[in-house]
Every structure is written in structure tokens, then in C-alpha cells.
Design a protein around this ligand. Structure first.
Ligand SMILES: CCCCCCCCCCCCCC(=O)SCCNC(=O)CCNC(=O)[C@H](O)C(C)(C)COP(=O)(O)OP(=O)(O)OC[C@H]1O[C@@H](n2cnc3c(N)ncnc32)[C@H](O)[C@@H]1OP(=O)(O)O
Length: 341
């Protein structure tokens, strides 16, 4: 810079602060992305493609149920939570990240139809932002979610909950291996083995490894608790918002059913659906790395209640969650999964 001295009257005095950022840290100046995986792009993991939404209008997004997404005869509840949270996240300042959500499942969703997500910007504060999302099909609100987002902030830090001692995921069987073993396990009833073998097997976008070896079936009683590792299959984009949506998606896969474990018996047919779902995200994590999910439920009055916790491999408590669901003995023919739209 050339320097020269010019005579002048001082009319204002201001202080200029110059911050120097080394070249290797210039990525800090880029805004954090809210991912936008194309649902048709094979390079993205299936979980990320399931959560893809198309923007339709300001605050309005559209999601679909991909042909290879898990369905269970209806729109999977976790898909509603994950997609609605994705819609909310896309309308929030990207420095704010979801810390809690509360959702209600109002009607069975039709997986043959697109889902419209209408986001209401309830409040934008300096540190926090709140969003309400309605998932709409055929003019009906089928699902609703409230989510709160917070800017990163330092503060007190402690954790009482301890991660239980469980085998490492590498030592455990995958769902696919478990299925193969069950089909030939002589300790299981032949009718059950035949049923497992003949049932269409659709691989999930999430890899699951149960911590305890068990030989119970859906017709035999077992303790009302479960521990398993999970991670998204394939690598996810580096966006914490996406990792939280994937954990939200996964959290509804094997949760409520655990409430039925002590009540299972020969011939039992049940009609169960999630009613509500709440999550609190405590610390950042990656959902394409192993997460331990433990849950312990109770059941009363045709409703099951489950509470769960998620830990990283090094024992950090990252998520606490709860869900209530409808747990009925099915009348025959089972009609609970019939769309009411
Ligand atoms: C170990 C691990 C292995 C892996 C396993 C993996 C599995 C994975 C599993 C994945 C899990 C995924 C989890 C998920 O994704 S669950 C999907 C997310 N949740 C939902 O979609 C729930 C949506 N909400 C609703 O449908 C309504 O709000 C409900 C139904 C809850 C209340 O709404 P409402 O107050 O209006 O309800 P109602 O009491 O009148 O009943 C509704 C209808 O049902 C009939 N009804 C009543 N009683 C029975 C009965 N006993 N047997 C059969 N039917 C019965 C009744 O007559 C009526 O029919 P109709 O009169 O309208 O015709």
C-alpha cells in the first residue's frame, strides 16, 4: 500500500479492525449448506434421497415416497418426521440447527401420492427459531410437526446417562445375515421360518445391528427393551441438518413395537401405529457412523409408550426421544392400515 501524508482537519475518528483469515480456513466464510440431494442421483445414499424435497413455493415443499423406500403398507412415520424436519430446516437461517421436535401422526399417509409440506414461520429470534409444519395429502393435514432451532452457543456441559456396555457393531450380525440365519435356525418353529423365507424382503436404507442375540419371534414373549446400533447405508452429505433428519427418520423404525414384546403370544395379530413423537438433540453427530439406540417402553389403555436414547460410539448422549402409539389387538380382517383419506 502506498503511504503519503496529507494535511487535513480531523472531523471524525474511527477505528478500523482488520481480521486476517489464513487461506486454508476460507471455507469458514462459506454459508453452511442445507443439502439438496437429488432423489434420482444414485451417488447419494438412499436415506438422503428419501429425504429429498422439491421446493414448490415460498415455505412449501413436496416429497414423495420412493419405490425402494420402506412403507409398511402406508407412508412410514419416520419418513413424515424426516421430510417435515427437512422442510422446516430449509426455511431457517443455516447457522441455526434443530434441537427439539414434537410431532403428531393424524391420518395414515398414502404412499402413492406426493406429500405437500407447508412450513409456518412461527418465530425468528436472535438465537432461536420456531417452525410448524403441516404435511398435506388430498387436502387433509395427515401429520404435523413443531420444531425449534438454535444457534450454536457455549454453556454448561455434563451427562449422567451412561452408554451401556454392548458389543461393537463389527462383532454383530446385519439384518440380512440375521434373516438368513433365522430361516435355517432349527430352534425356531418351521411355520415361522417358512414365513420369514417367503415374505418379500426389501432392504432398509439404514443398517441395523441388534446388540443381543435373540431367538424370540413375533409370537413369543420377550423383554420390553431393545438395544441396537444403526447407521445410514452409504455416505451422507456433510450437513448436520441432514444427519439430524436421518436420525429422526430412523428413530421410528423399531421403537413402538418393543412395547408389544411382553404381550406377544401365538396367534396374536396387532394393529399398531405411532401417534406422537418427540426428540431432543443434545450434541452433534454423524448418522452415517454407528449410533447406539436403546429403548424401554410400557403399555396401557391401548397405547404403548417408549422412551429412547442415542449414543455415539464414544459414549456421548446425542438424542433423547419418546413416542406414544396405538397398540390394539387387531380385529380381523385387519383394517387399521386402511387409508382414511
Ligand atoms: C425386531 C425387529 C424386527 C423388525 C420389525 C420392523 C417392523 C417395522 C415397523 C415399522 C413401524 C412403522 C410405524 C409407522 O410408520 S406408523 C405410521 C405413522 N402413524 C400413522 O400413520 C397414524 C396416523 N393416525 C391415524 O391413523 C389416526 O389418527 C388414528 C387411527 C391413530 C386415530 O384415529 P381415529 O380416532 O379416527 O381412530 P379409531 O379409533 O376410530 O380407529 C380407526 C379405525 O380402526 C378401526 N379399529 C378400531 N380398533 C381396531 C382394531 N382393534 N383392529 C383393527 N381396526 C380397528 C376403527 O373401527 C376405525 O375404522 P373405521 O371405523 O374408520 O373404518
Amino acid at each position: 500500500m502506498a503511504s503519503s501524508t496529507q494535511p487535513a482537519d480531523v472531523i471524525a475518528l474511527s477505528k478500523l479492525t482488520c481480521l486476517l483469515l489464513p487461506k486454508e480456513h476460507t471455507n469458514l466464510l462459506e454459508s453452511k449448506s442445507i443439502w439438496s440431494a437429488d432423489e434420482t442421483h444414485e451417488k447419494f445414499s438412499l436415506a438422503e434421497r428419501i429425504l429429498h424435497l422439491d421446493p414448490v413455493e415460498v415455505n412449501i415443499f413436496q416429497g414423495i415416497t420412493l419405490p425402494d423406500a420402506p412403507k409398511f403398507g402406508k407412508v412410514f412415520g419416520g419418513q413424515f418426521i424426516g421430510q417435515a424436519l427437512a422442510a422446516a430446516s430449509k426455511t431457517v437461517d443455516c447457522l441455526k440447527i434443530v434441537h427439539s421436535l414434537h410431532a403428531y401422526f393424524l391420518l395414515i399417509g398414502d404412499f402413492n401420492m406426493p406429500i405437500t409440506y407447508q412450513v409456518h414461520r412461527v418465530r425468528d429470534g436472535k438465537s432461536f427459531a420456531t417452525r410448524r409444519v403441516e404435511a398435506i395429502q388430498n387436502g387433509n393435514v395427515v401429520f404435523t410437526l413443531l420444531a425449534s432451532f438454535q444457534k450454536e452457543e457455549g454453556g454448561f456441559n455434563h451427562q449422567v446417562a451412561e452408554m451401556p456396555s454392548v458389543p461393537n457393531p463389527e462383532e454383530l450380525l446385519s439384518m440380512e445375515e440375521l434373516r438368513e440365519r433365522r430361516i435355517i435356525d432349527p430352534r425356531l418353529p418351521r411355520t415361522y421360518r417358512n414365513k420369514v423365507a417367503s415374505r418379500e424382503y426389501v432392504p432398509w436404507p439404514i443398517e441395523i445391528r441388534f446388540c443381543e442375540h435373540n431367538t424370540s419371534t413375533n409370537q413369543t414373549k420377550s423383554p420390553p427393551s431393545l438395544r441396537y446400533w444403526f447407521r445410514a447405508k452409504g455416505k451422507l452429505s456433510d450437513d448436520q441438518a441432514l444427519h439430524r433428519c436421518v436420525a429422526a427418520y430412523t428413530s421410528d423404525l423399531i421403537f413402538l413395537q418393543v412395547s408389544l414384546n411382553p404381550h406377544r403370544e401365538k396367534g396374536l395379530k396387532s394393529a399398531s401405529v405411532s401417534l406422537d413423537h418427540s426428540m431432543w438433540f443434545h450434541r452433534p453427530f454423524r448418522a452415517d457412523d454407528w449410533v447406539l439406540y436403546i429403548n424401554s417402553p410400557s403399555a396401557h389403555g391401548a397405547r404403548g409408550f417408549v422412551s429412547g436414547q442415542m449414543f455415539t460410539r464414544n459414549g456421548e448422549l446425542i438424542v433423547s426421544l419418546t413416542q406414544e402409539g396405538l397398540l390394539r389387538r387387531a380385529r380381523s380382517p385387519v383394517s387399521a392400515a386402511k387409508p382414511k383419506l
